[in-house]
Design a protein around this ligand. Sequence first.
Ligand code: FES
Length: 353
Amino acid sequence: MSAQRMALKQPESFAFSAAAEKEIDMWVAKYPADRQRSALIPALWIAQKDAGGWLPEVTMRTVADKLGMAYIRVYEVATFYTMYSLAPVGEHFIQLCGTTPCWLRGSDDLKAVMQRRVGGQNTISADGKLSWLEVECLGACSNAPMIQISNADGDHYYEDLTAESFDALLDKLVAGEKPAQGPQNTRHTSEPEGGATVLIDASIYKQGRKLTKLPNQVKKLEIVRHAGSAKAAPVKASSAKSTKPKAAAKPKAVETATPKAQSAAKPAPKVLYTDGPTEGTPDDLKVIKGIGPVFERELNEKGIYYYRQIGAWKAADVKMVEAEALSRFPGRIKRDEWVKQAKVLAKSAAKAG
Ligand code: FES
């Protein structure tokens, strides 16, 4: 069982860094004005990172003030979840799973290693490098026993451990090395030791989850710029195709025309092909309810960077995205109204721009 106590020695003040505040604002914006406290869990997580890996009381109060919550409500959450540390932690903070599957597979041996090297839970090793806490199931039971290590490199799982491999892992961390994450035996993920025995036909993985085509990819996006207009308007590939050769033949004339000449000129379409987020800073797709960091990364990898791209999806496009990227979550795009949200966001982005 975990045992957390607030540190006796507490800092007197705390202020969010600009980056942390921006990230918290992003989470807050996902909820209606009278439900901003719903962002408490990510806000505390970001604040913890911002405060150096733990949550001083003053930091919790700062989060409470930001979300308009009573301090006690924030304490209730922060003291319940072991993902929050209420006292300083070592450079490498180890959360050691002691729940039944890990216990059956030897978590007591791992605990003994920590006790030998560091001492009890919530103490920091003399060199400041290590501290640990026993926690409940971290959701990687098929790779029991396992731990999570939080440090400057992030939060990562190390699995299929023995006392020996755990000791060696700690040696590497203390020496400043970066040991490989994941299983610490011969397994690649959670297949049987010695290799997979089913689903071994390579052909079934040909397509996998690899996204091959999404609608409105930047790579394929054709943007028509009209002389005299500073704004770019995305158009369908089919409607722009016929203008491409003509526009490509006279690019300079359009770019060098004076504003006066441009406004006087009859709008001459020029088609641009972009292959990255070249239309300014990419939009924060996570603002769209239902899109988290993983979906955003997958969309970015396929050239979707802007609200206007998603806002232009038609029913067939949504169907394609669901088939290729979101088969695990059927109906999600429609249910969360990505397209509707994206249209509104694109409009305000265009106004702001
Ligand atoms: S029991 Fe340890 S990860 Fe689930």
